[in-house]
Design a binder for this molecule. Structure first.
Ligand code: ATP
Length: 245
């Protein structure tokens, strides 16, 4: 039986003036899979991911996320959907003036009712930090954390709302090879534990090899190839080869 689609992008166009970034882009993401979007710098990977969660409005096309047509949602519906779709920013987007605990409580304040916030919230914070192996950082400030630890805390903050889909924007950029590998392994661990689907934007070949079930290649605003990492690295197509050589 075919798996359910958690994200469907159809005939997506997005230009900035004369810069035609996405030109009839199509994509399907199935439940439980880690899909990598690979593309050269400036090819439109971040624009795509921002269109998916409506941070950027497409010029035309249709995006359906978890059964909802993104173009038709009002602000309340969009806020609710964003609890189910975690977004790990390239910059991590932690609040520097807040402790790790306060950073993790932040999304709960927005999405949970007041009723039994305290007990459940503290438990959720602890569990999310344990998931990323950083239980001891609860009262630390972001400035006290290494780059890899910041990335883990940012992931914990994404996990705390138990998203069904996670969008990772270049999760290993700026990290050393060993830390990159640890983050890639953590992405796989999250997929296995929570059965989440993920869109991972990356040009880190090790990260792609470790995390991807499928790779989509974004070239000239379109989906140029859609295959497994193992098949793509064996391709003879020079445009595909250029990513791997
Ligand atoms: N808000 C914006 N206004 C104008 N142009 C933009 C905007 N956002 C992105 N662009 C342009 O869209 C193109 C694609 O940008 P995008 O950030 O998606 O690239 P990318 O594939 O994620 O690159 P990188 O791997 O370097 O992060 C670039 O030419 C960029 O200048």
């Amino acid at each position: 039986m075919e798996k359910a689609e958690v994200i469907t992008v159809s005939d997506l166009f997005k230009s900035f003036g004369e810069n035609h970034v996405l030109r009839d882009f199509n994509l399907k993401v199935y439940e439980g899979e880690n899909l990598v979007v690979l593309g050269k710098s400036g090819s439109g990977k971040s624009v795509l991911i921002k269109c998916i969660i409506n941070l950027i409005r497409p010029d035309s096309g249709k995006i359906v996320v978890l059964g909802k047509d993104m173009g038709l949602l009002d602000q309340d519906e969009l806020d609710r959907l964003r609890a189910d779709v975690g977004f790990l920013f390239q910059s991590n987007a932690l609040y520097d003036s807040m402790t790790v605990r306060q950073n993790l409580l932040f999304p709960l304040r927005r999405h949970w009712s007041r009723v039994d916030r305290d007990q459940r919230a503290e438990q959720a914070v602890r569990e999310a930090l344990e998931d990323v192996g950083l239980a001891h950082t609860l009262h630390m400030m972001p400035a006290e954390l290494s780059g890899g630890m910041k990335k883990r805390v940012a992931l914990a903050r994404t996990l705390i709302l138990r998203p069904k889909v996670i969008l990772y924007d270049e999760p290993t950029t700026g990290l050393d090879p060993i830390t990159s590998r640890e983050i890639s392994e953590l992405i796989v661990k999250v997929q296995q534990k929570y059965k989440t689907a993920a869109v991972i934007i990356s040009h880190d070949l090790n990260c792609i090899r470790l995390t991807s079930n499928r790779v989509v290649m974004l070239l000239d605003g379109r989906c140029y190839a859609d295959d497994t990492y193992d098949n793509l690295i064996q391709s003879k197509d020079p445009r595909i080869r250029s990513f791997f050589d």
